[in-house]
Ligand binder design. Structure first.
Ligand SMILES: *Cc1c(COP(=O)(O)O)cnc(C)c1O
Length: 393
């Protein structure tokens, strides 16, 4: 029921394929399904939507940790901060390894098991590697992760080490690691890629949107931090699925939010260029410190399809938003705060209205990247505390 199709030349491939670039033109592949009579499955989380993400997969191949079913938060502080009354935060940090990557990983690794993959590989700013190593180990596969030396959060690195991945440090940034991975997997096609270059990842990540819409029925905007642009692409595909199935009658606009210092997609969209110009990326939000995003073609389709927007936020805007998210008791890593910072900025520009119904995706857990926690209060000693308590009477 599903095939792989090149997004550029339309060449088609069987789903047993392990290598995810087109043999003819080298462009990205996407998964397309023939969906008839869609019905949710009697499963939880991501796999409830099996018929929309991997209908051909036999259940015995499913490698899952119960990902998905994350909480949708509302909080006065977030509404005040952004100036948007009905803003809700979908917290993807509540997935098993602490980021949305698990939604894509359960599908990509299950698919890998189905096609006989034994050795997985990914390049990562940290969360992909944490997730890839967990799911690979769960499936009994060997995993290797390429990380930019000294440029990922130590917590994320420790996660990958704990789950038993082979850690490979690359001199340079994430984009260099990704470049190394691309040439490696082209030469060694038995290596199974778990980056969002793997279109099965995007199939799993579509379920963020399905879950939001099953709750809210109709929204005007959905905001997402944008790095390698896998999530932006997956959102577009998910919106198309629900729209074409008649489950939603209005397409929400996607707002992809980049960090100012890592915003090649914004520049492309804003200047109406027809291709991405890679940049040297720098931002405190290490998960979106990406200068040459692999999924830009799919992502620009998603933005255009929903008449969406691309915006940038500065590091100080990101950290300001993070402070509010943390203080509200919800908490997130810095990259995630880009979506809330973006909501505030788009409200101030008048692009989002005060009464628009808005969902913003928090991509990762508060403990994922602890180098930039400003905190919302000082640590005091016990005697100072006693004096404060006395003063309260
Ligand atoms: C991977 C990641 C992103 C970037 O997502 P893309 O799909 O690559 O755009 C953003 N935030 C966090 C926390 C991530 O782990």
């Amino acid at each position: 029921m599903s095939i792989l199709r090149c997004i550029n030349c339309g060449a088609q491939y069987d789903i047993s394929r392990k290598y995810f670039r087109c043999d003819r033109c080298g462009d990205l592949l996407e998964v397309t399904h023939k969906i008839e009579n869609y019905r949710p499955a009697q499963m939880k989380g991501v796999w409830k939507y099996k018929d929309l993400i991997h209908p051909d997969l036999e259940e015995k191949f499913i490698v899952t940790r119960g990902e998905g079913d994350t909480f949708l938060y509302e909080h006065e502080l977030i509404s005040e901060f952004t100036g948007i009354k009905e803003i809700r935060l979908k917290h993807e940090g509540e997935n098993p390894t602490g980021s949305f990557k698990d939604r894509g990983m359960t599908v990509a690794v299950s698919h890998g098991k189905f096609i006989g993959a034994r050795h997985t590989i990914c390049a990562s700013t940290g969360n992909t590697s944490a997730s890839a190593s967990s799911y690979s180990s769960l499936a009994g596969m060997k995993s290797s992760v390429l990380i930019p030396k000294g440029k990922i959060s130590r917590v994320k690195l420790i996660q990958s080490m704990a789950y038993g991945a082979e850690i490979v440090e690359v001199q340079g940034d994430f984009d260099k690691a990704m470049e190394n991975l691309e040439s490696l997997v082209k030469q060694n096609q038995y290596l199974y890629t778990l980056n969002s270059l793997n279109p099965w990842r995007l199939e799993g990540q579509k379920t963020i949107f399905y879950e939001i819409m099953d709750r809210l029925k109709e929204i005007d905007f959905i905001l997402v931090p944008a790095g390698n642009l896998g999530n932006t692409s997956a959102l577009g595909k998910a919106i198309a699925d629900y729209y074409e199935l008649g489950i939603i009658s209005k397409k929400p606009k996607i707002a992809a939010i980049q960090a100012e210092g890592a915003s090649p997609f914004y520049k492309m969209w804003h200047n109406k260029r027809d291709r991405i110009e890679p940049v040297a990326a720098e931002t405190v939000a290490s998960a979106i410190r990406i200068g040459n995003p692999v999924n830009w073609k799919k992502a620009i389709w998603a933005i255009n399809y929903t008449e969406g927007i691309v915006e940038t936020v500065s590091d100080s805007e990101i950290l300001e938003a993070k402070k509010i998210i943390d203080k509200s008791g919800i908490g997130s890593e810095p990259a995630s705060a880009a979506s809330v910072a973006g909501a505030k900025k788009l409200r101030e520009k008048g692009i989002i209205d005060k009464y628009d119904r808005v969902a913003a995706v928090l991509t990762g857990h508060v403990l994922k990247d602890i180098d930039n926690i400003a905190g919302n209060g000082p640590i005091i000693d016990f005697n100072t505390f006693l004096d404060k308590i006395k003063a309260e009477f």
